[in-house]
Design a protein around this ligand. Structure first.
Ligand code: ADP
Length: 394
């Protein structure tokens, strides 16, 4: 059989990110973004090799954008499209792996929507449009939460009354599962170890950030919780705060739940601490020029990250290595170095030259000789979604 092509779709409330993935090629055959959907400025951008194109689609919704995408995809795939893989944020306890999309799985995704009120309805919009437009194609949902369904109960339960878990699903779910799974498998390959017999700490550091403990190919703990707000300092999210902060702000400042939610999700993290930007590149440059807020934001980010990784080590019996991934993890030698400096009790130490070399998609080992393994592994969630879709086609 010739190599197959899968279209990977990630729908947000006003955007669709997509990539056409061939099972034997590392680079995407086609990739792009439809953005500002539902507005007069709606536009579709795509890139095929070096060639970039766009199409303005005033007022287009998800379905219209996908219908314009179809001929572009068919042309790039030379008419050979074998399936569609959809990223879905929340699978609740219902999905511990990828699932073929049909009436039953769609209903289950709708049922868990209250756990991800911003994300799942947007994902569903894209799925429903794609199923109508491509009824003959196999379509698969791949969940950000599914990899973490292997967490033991002592890692996923909150110390709150049982009924909140039993009746309302209040527990830790974790996110970024597709990335944690992909990079831990890649790291095992790089280290010449079987994925099913190796143990990793993973730091996925993008706009959202999370850590994960992966043992023998299974997630054993992760820093995000019921929602992606828990855990590390992120671009605009606070990560962990004292849960009493909510009542404190309501009581002392009269803030509403919506104001507190918005502050913790959109105005906090690197942006809130620095008072400057949520973008690590900007903060690194500002720190070089002596900006106090940027300096502090980077210090807090790295300390909290190291603290989380040390906590994750409780879930492992052995450590085969620490993995850095995501835009910051793959590119920032400074963040990797500062974080590892806080982890000397785990015996970790970097090789400064190797650390500086691993940027812009370069994978590699960055630990000093004789110290536990530290790897930079570029993530590729689209490829993992395509592989999961292909596995269900088989
Ligand atoms: P997303 O979570 O949206 O996929 P990315 O994984 O692309 O985000 O990560 C975005 C983050 O990576 C931003 O904070 C950006 O500043 C950071 N980043 C990208 N390149 C560099 C770099 N060379 N040095 C430091 N940070 C970088």
């Amino acid at each position: 059989m010739s190599a197959r092509n899968i279209l990977v779709i990630n729908c947000g409330s006003s955007s669709i990110k997509f990539a056409l993935v061939n099972e034997t090629q590392e680079t995407f055959m086609l990739s792009g973004l439809a953005e500002r959907l539902g507005s007069p400025e709606a536009v579709l951008h795509w890139q095929q090799g070096e060639q970039k194109d766009s199409l303005v689609l005033p007022g287009a919704d998800h379905r219209l954008a996908l219908s314009h995408l179809l001929p572009v995809v068919q042309q790039a795939a030379a008419g050979e499209l074998h399936g569609i893989g959809h990223r879905v944020v929340h699978g609740g306890e219902h999905f511990s792996g990828a699932s073929r999309l049909d009436a039953t799985s769609l209903q289950a995704i709708r049922q868990v929507a209250p756990l991800a009120p911003l994300h799942n309805p947007a994902n569903l919009q894209g799925i429903e449009a794609a199923m109508k437009l491509f009824p003959e194609l196999v379509q698969v949902a791949v969940f950000d939460t599914a990899f973490h369904q292997s967490l033991p109960e002592h890692a996923y339960r909150y110390a709150v009354p049982q009924a909140l878990y039993a009746e309302h699903g209040v527990r830790r779910y974790g996110f970024h599962g597709t990335s944690h799974r992909y990079v831990s498998q890649k790291a095992a390959q790089m280290a010449g170890l079987p994925a099913e017999a190796s143990s990793w700490l993973v730091a996925h550091l993008g706009n959202g950030c999370s850590t994960c403990a992966v043992e023998n190919g299974h997630s054993r703990d992760t820093s995000m919780g019921l929602t992606p707000l828990e855990g590390l300092v992120m671009g605009t999210r606070s990560g962990d705060v004292d849960p009493n902060l909510h009542s404190h702000l309501a009581r002392t400042l009269g803030w509403s739940l919506e104001q507190i939610d918005s502050m913790l999700n959109k105005d906090s993290g690197l942006l809130g601490l620095s008072g400057l930007s949520n973008d690590m590149r900007t903060l690194e440059q500002a720190r070089e020029q002596g900006h106090d807020g940027a300096t502090l934001a980077i210090e807090v980010f790295c300390y909290r990250l190291a603290k989380s990784l040390a906590a994750m080590s409780c879930a492992l019996r052995r450590l085969d290595g620490l993995i850095f991934t995501g835009g910051i993890g793959e590119n920032s030698a400074l963040i990797r170095s500062k974080t590892v400096n806080h982890l000397s009790l785990l015996g970790l130490q970097l090789d400064a030259q190797a650390n500086a070399r691993c940027v812009r998609g370069v994978a590699g080992a960055i630990h000093a000789d004789g110290h536990p393994r530290v790897l930079v592994v570029p993530t590729n969630e689209e490829r993992q979604i395509a592989l999961d879709t292909l596995a269900l086609l088989d």
